[in-house]
Design a protein around this ligand. Sequence first.
Ligand SMILES: Nc1ncnc2c1ncn2[C@@H]1O[C@H](COP(=O)(O)OP(=O)(O)O)[C@@H](O)[C@H]1O
Ligand SMILES: Cc1ncc(COP(=O)(O)OP(=O)(O)O)c(N)n1
Length: 279
Amino acid sequence: MANGNASSKPIPKAMTIAGSDSGGGAGIQADLKTFQELGVFGTSAITALTAQNTLGVQGVYPIPLDAIGQQIDSVLSDIGADAVKTGMLFSADIIALVADKLKRYGPMPVVVDPVMIAKGGAPLLQAEAVEALRRELLPIAAVLTPNVPEACAILGIDRIDDVDGMIEAARRLHALGPKRVFLKGGHLDGDEAVDVLFDGTEAALFRSPRIRTKHTHGTGCTTASAIAAGLAKGLPADEAVAEAKRFITAAIGAALPIGGGIGPTNHAALRLQAAPVRP
Ligand SMILES: Nc1ncnc2c1ncn2[C@@H]1O[C@H](COP(=O)(O)OP(=O)(O)O)[C@@H](O)[C@H]1O
Ligand SMILES: Cc1ncc(COP(=O)(O)OP(=O)(O)O)c(N)n1
């Protein structure tokens, strides 16, 4: 009897392979909250511990390779995953290990969030690891989800200024191997936050009003894990992206002004909109 109920379908499962954010707004913590909110059972392999809060990153401690590999083996050899999301991977060695494991346990859709630098400026990927990301991980990505600075770093270009520039960059990123590129426009200016999904043929735009808040910690992790949740549920990629855009827009709209710096998005926002808590 699946899920204790003979009539229910098995629950979709998604795994996050990422860093831990002690402040709870990004990383593994954001991913697992997102999976839970979107009806997906979440599992994890932690690649690095960060001592982090709304003010910034105070420490980064990579996990030994054996321990990362063992977490992935434990989860994928038993529970499995309908989709995987990768986030902070920190070093070329960790990237190579993760790519190897995903090839061994695949095929399953992999959302690659090429996390490089936290909002406060702390490096979360060693500079020399960008080439490993390009070579090992991009070719196995079902969806690559860079923000604008990450897209520039992967392509070795100085700037992307507008939506036309994003479309051109998404085309060039697609040529590096991912099935789809979802290039996020949160770092650009304008009254709308516009993202580009390029599938090798067409570029589709996803637009939302730009919310005037400083509390955007964890937007990238949350968006990528929401896409992974959609893929785990069997949604086509464009629907998974549309659901993720609704999720992150609501989460930013109800962001939490906690701590003294950049607060986290509110992962419960969509659920609370649907069923507001009565006093
Ligand atoms: N102020 C904002 N208002 C509305 N949407 C935003 C805002 N900032 C970012 N977004 C959206 O959040 C998602 C994550 O984007 P981005 O901030 O570019 O990623 P990252 O957190 O990786 O830097 C995208 O869908 C983007 O359009
Ligand atoms: C452990 C960890 N992983 C990833 C990030 C970056 O997350 P992101 O969603 O891009 O949010 P910001 O750091 O840009 O707010 C992180 N900070 N920590």
